[in-house]
Design a protein around this ligand. Structure first.
Ligand SMILES: Cc1cc2nc3c(=O)[nH]c(=O)nc-3n(C[C@H](O)[C@H](O)[C@H](O)COP(=O)(O)OP(=O)(O)OC[C@H]3O[C@@H](n4cnc5c(N)ncnc54)[C@H](O)[C@@H]3O)c2cc1C
Length: 376
């Protein structure tokens, strides 16, 4: 078999576009195949913004990866001349014993990160919009910010194309197989050969990776924006941080108002686990707004009416850690999936890990936490 490409990337969303960019940057011949139009809103990488933060509650192993991601996002800004990342403090807040607060502290300690603890009324003194209970703890870190998510995906695609990658929208991959030392991928247009395959298919990953042995589940998530017109100054970046609040019925998070759409607030997890993306209802309902409004009434009083809502998908692993690995049964195949609702910030680092895999069969980073074999 003559391989026409060094690598084919299946799924050009957040992670696939990063892989295409990094592979092309290294001079490899890359083909990216995306089932929908490029930068669409039917996967996991849409909805205006994504949080990037360093004091990582989900595990100290993630800290070096996010530190590298900051560098790569800035590189991408320079390469494309587009604004992608806005630095903004992140307030982690909750009862002192909350798992989130303990996780943030652990990363701060292990990596000697700079963070400030706020107790009692100090949170409201610093950020007047909040009304959290006085016994809660706030951990404020400055090494955080938000990414313009659609712009980031677009920039990764543009950079990849400028560096020679070929990217086909509206071309779903029906199947792939290992042929000799390479792979063959089939779409409605025909088949393509490559030395290696990278599968970054988000919520659809199990369709292409049935025998990977990773039990992925899909979770519908709703993003909501609320008007702040009468008191807009309170909710802008200079007076209002990104926040993650670990309340009794699950974490809620929010980002400052960056335009007329207003303050963005959402609930993290806490929705039924679904078998596939086909089961997702893409229309936001009044019932979706209710828990967010209750959260606002309690902790952020005075926020105006809902201005907009959008549906998005998480792809969950059982332990909520990512899967980034060489396919255990097929060495020419690398997979990155199961980002469990916190992957976007890492996209350019994931691109590097995948490109390392394609180029030299292993990553320069410690990715044991993301092993596909851990569910066996
Ligand atoms: C509401 C919400 C809020 C979030 N907030 C944050 C946050 O603040 N910070 C953070 O870091 N992360 C956050 N995340 C998580 C993050 O956005 C995801 O982890 C990340 O976007 C996943 O990227 P992906 O490339 O795996 O999936 P996607 O971007 O969905 O890409 C997968 C792509 O594969 C394509 N595809 C699938 N099957 C095929 C096929 N057979 N052929 C061709 N193409 C195919 C799909 O169409 C899609 O474009 C959030 C997610 C959601 C939903």
């Amino acid at each position: 078999m003559t391989a026409l490409f060094d690598a084919i990337v299946v799924g050009v969303g957040g992670m696939g576009s990063a892989a295409c960019w990094e592979l092309a940057r290294r001079g490899l011949r890359v083909l990216g195949l995306e089932q929908y139009e490029l930068v669409h809103n039917r996967g996991s990488s849409h909805g205006q913004t994504r949080i990037i933060r360093t004091a990582y509650a989900e595990g100290p192993e993630y800290v070096p990866l996010v530190q590298r991601a900051f560098e790569k996002w800035y590189d991408l800004e320079q390469f494309t001349g587009r604004h992608l990342l806005t630095e903004c403090a992140c307030l982690n807040v909750g009862p002192p014993e909350s798992a989130h607060i303990r996780g943030v502290r652990n990363s701060v300690l292990q990596h000697q990160l700079v963070a400030e603890e706020l107790h009692g009324t100090a949170i409201t003194t610093r950020f007047p919009a909040f009304r959290f209970p006085a016994e809660w703890v706030g951990i404020l870190e400055q090494a955080a910010g938000f990414l313009l998510v659609e712009e980031c995906v677009r920039a990764q695609i543009l950079a990849a194309e400028e560096l020679g990658a070929e990217i086909h929208p509206n071309e779903p991959v029906h199947q792939w197989k290992v042929v000799g030392h390479g792979v063959e991928v089939t779409t409605h247009r025909g088949s393509y050969q490559a030395a290696q395959l990278v599968v970054t298919a988000g919520a659809w990953a199990t369709r292409l990776l049935a025998d990977l042995g990773v039990p992925l589940r899909v979770m519908r998530q709703v993003l909501a924006w609320f008007g702040v017109r009468s008191q807009a100054a309170r909710f802008r970046r200079d007076r209002f941080p990104i926040f993650i609040a670990d309340v009794a019925d699950g974490p809620f998070y929010g980002l400052p108002a960056i335009d007329q759409t207003g303050l963005k607030v959402a609930r993290h997890y806490n929705a039924p686990e679904l078998d596939s993306p086909d089961a997702v209802n893409w229309t936001p309902t009044a019932e979706d707004e209710r828990p967010i409004r209750e959260f606002l009434d309690r902790f952020l009083p005075g926020v105006g009416p809902l201005t907009q809502a959008q549906v998005c998908m998480y792809t969950l692993t059982p332990d909520h850690h990512f899967v980034i690995d060489q396919h255990p049964a097929y060495p020419p195949v690398w997979v990155a999936c199961g980002f469990s609702g916190h992957g976007f910030k890492f996209a350019p680092t994931v691109g590097e890990i995948l490109a390392d895999g394609v180029e030299r069969g292993r990553s320069r980073y410690d990715i044991r936490l993301f092993s596909a074999r851990r569910f066996a």
